[in-house]
Ligand binder design. Structure first.
Ligand code: CA
Length: 230
């Protein structure tokens, strides 16, 4: 079964998510609190995607995200944020979430986002035959283990960050538009905002650049997108 964690304290919203995920063929694993969510993840290591509500009575969604990422860089994480939480979205993504959905959302939006991320995480697990290594400057990307090293040191990446790195390294020296990156990494059927690209790249820069405030590997192509180069 395709397990998805649903962490939401409000029963009506949780019920809405659960019904729609079931309809789309998922097995929702419910959690009312942050602690319960972490416990469910320990019990169900085969959960591939987690939907985390930000506003919770115990530990908030960002903290749950941080704790999950401390030990698991593979699971896909989608934050559920209220309207007018623009800063929260960014904070949430910086703690390691792959995507966010703004409340209120439609069943179609929910399942499209979960489908896209689920596929991304699933492909990553099943792509065993792709066993290459890409070496560029201080970086070594292993496409079988989906790991990245810089000067021999392992850098922990989420699946989304890994996919962005791979896309960059396959297109070294070429300016890539934000739309191209979005289509490649999130999929053509993704209907979120382009901003998700910027936030993920900002986080990636913190991990891989010598000085993230003066990026030298991932450079910005103003009004267009980004370019990878050494
Ligand atoms: Ca809530």
């Amino acid at each position: 079964m395709k397990k998805v964690l649903v962490m939401e304290d409000e029963a009506s919203i949780r019920g809405f998510e659960v019904i729609n995920l079931r309809r789309a063929g998922y097995e929702p694993i419910e959690a009312e609190t942050g602690e319960a969510a972490l416990e469910q993840l320990r019990r169900n290591p085969d959960i591939r995607v987690a939907l985390l509500d930000v506003m919770l009575p115990d530990i908030d969604g960002f903290e749950v995200c941080r704790r999950i990422r401390a030990s698991d860089s593979k699971i896909g994480i989608i934050m559920l944020t209220a309207k007018n939480q623009e800063m929260d979205k960014v904070t949430g993504l910086m703690t390691g979430a792959d995507d966010y959905i703004t409340k209120p959302f439609s069943p179609a939006e929910l399942t499209a986002r979960v489908d896209a991320l689920y596929r991304r995480v699933g492909d990553a697990e099943e792509l065993q035959e792709d066993s290459g290594e890409i070496k560029q400057g201080p970086f070594k990307l292993n496409t079988r283990n989906r790991t990245l090293e810089k000067n021999g040191e392992r850098i922990r990446l989420t699946q989304i960050e890994f996919s962005i790195m791979k896309f960059f390294m396959d297109n070294s020296g070429k300016a890539l538009s934000r739309e191209e990156i979005l289509n490649e990494v999130w999929g053509r059927d993704y209907f979120g905002e382009l901003k998700i690209v910027d936030v993920n790249i900002r986080r990636l820069r913190i991990k891989i650049e010598d000085d993230p405030t003066m990026p030298s590997y991932i450079t910005t192509v103003w009004g267009f997108g980004y370019k990878w180069g050494l």
